[in-house]
Design a protein around this ligand. Sequence first.
Ligand SMILES: O=P(O)(O)OP(=O)(O)OP(=O)(O)OC[C@H]1O[C@@H](n2cnc3c(O)ncnc32)[C@H](O)[C@@H]1O
Length: 175
Amino acid sequence: MRVAVGSKNPAKINAVKEAFKEYQYEIISVDAESGVSEQPMSDEETIKGAVNRAIQAAELGDAEIGIGLEGGVQQTPYGLMLCNWGALAAKGMDPIISGGARIPLPDEIAQQLLMGAELGPVMDEYAKKQNVRKNEGAVGIFTNGQINRSEMFTHVMKLLVGQYEYETSRNQKTV
Ligand SMILES: O=P(O)(O)OP(=O)(O)OP(=O)(O)OC[C@H]1O[C@@H](n2cnc3c(O)ncnc32)[C@H](O)[C@@H]1O
């Protein structure tokens, strides 16, 4: 069985490997398009990006399972929240989705995003580091390293794999 991840970002690929480690699946990564803006600005847009990537990853990778992981932000009365969503696309079932932990972004970061900047470069500038998005992520920086981006996506992945297992075992029982 092959699982195709719709991203070349190591923080995402490692999370997929971790979530499928009990399985003998081949994990490959392909460049899949999210079909949404570079910086998704709502849960809805971020979910759409994750689902698009999952479906396209399965096609491009000729895989039984496609995975899409997407980062974005969502405005709330408590500030601009970091949001992350995942999708799992498998033949014969609707895409499965799951959401990740969320934290509010500091005002100085939120302001830049609301003016059209992308979180990736904004975080590199803020943290004086390169490729924060491929390493600890904004979640890692703002939680003092307690939860890094890969751990956050591993949680999202476990929620996806668990729902997939539940669905497939339920279908087997009803056949
Ligand atoms: O290579 P891909 O898979 O596209 O990964 P990405 O990190 O560049 O892209 P996402 O679609 O997941 O995220 C959308 C934008 O938000 C940025 N972003 C999202 N979460 C982030 C985080 O935790 N830390 C830093 N940047 C983040 C990211 O760099 C993009 O500019």
